[in-house]
Design a protein around this ligand. Structure first.
Ligand code: NI
Length: 191
């Protein structure tokens, strides 16, 4: 149980595909320690999700903990602390929406990423049972962001228009309206 260092963009582990977590290790002391490290590190950083590669453990394990009420991403649907081992994500329909994402491994930045908004998540839980759920809206975006970490991707890889990548303090200082005008310009130039 410890707060681990969160590795940042440029560390090679973030760009290596994570290995499937061995099912036989679920329930072991090593497994408990990894989950506690992820939980403690996420809580200390004030984030809403963390993937094992972000603490330099290249296995397919991610955790979410979205509190009710205000967060650094606004008011969100709460997701209690939960663990996703070897997850697979299926897009259920064509609905897409964009959110201003941030990442503990890319500190200080926000970027606007459009992603599918209805997804099915299949995973192994801490009792080594197969589970599945359907996530919608911002929660669907959070799952995709975290599971991208298991596939060596960062949210910035989804941003081709660099006007949609901003510093977080500027995002706060100037508000979403100034950014929205950039967005409208961006969608006009894309259409
Ligand atoms: Ni991230």
């Amino acid at each position: 149980m410890a707060v681990k260092e969160i590795i940042r963009m440029g560390h090679p582990t973030l760009r290596l595909p994570a290995e499937p977590y061995p099912i036989e290790k679920i329930g072991s002391d090593e497994c408990h320690e990894l989950i506690e490290d992820l939980r403690d590190t996420l809580a200390a950083a004030g984030g809403i999700g963390l993937a094992a590669p972000q603490i330099d453990v290249p296995v397919q394990v991610a955790v979410l903990d979205i509190p009710a009420g205000p967060t650094r991403y606004g008011d969100l649907s709460a997701v209690p602390f939960s663990v996703y081992i070897n997850p697979k994500l299926t897009v259920l329909d064509e609905s897409r929406a964009g959110y201003w994402e941030g990442c503990l491994s890319v500190p200080g930045l926000r970027g606007y990423v459009v992603r599918p908004q209805r997804v099915k998540v299949e995973f192994i839980d801490l009792d080594a049972n197969e589970q599945s759920l359907i996530a919608e809206g911002f929660t669907a975006t959070v799952f995709q962001h975290e599971f991208d970490h298991l596939a060596s991707k960062l949210y910035i890889d989804h941003i081709s228009d660099t006007r949609l990548l901003v510093f977080e303090d500027q995002f706060v200082e100037h508000g979403i309206d100034s950014l929205t005008s950039h967005l409208q310009t961006a969608s006009q130039s894309a259409s």
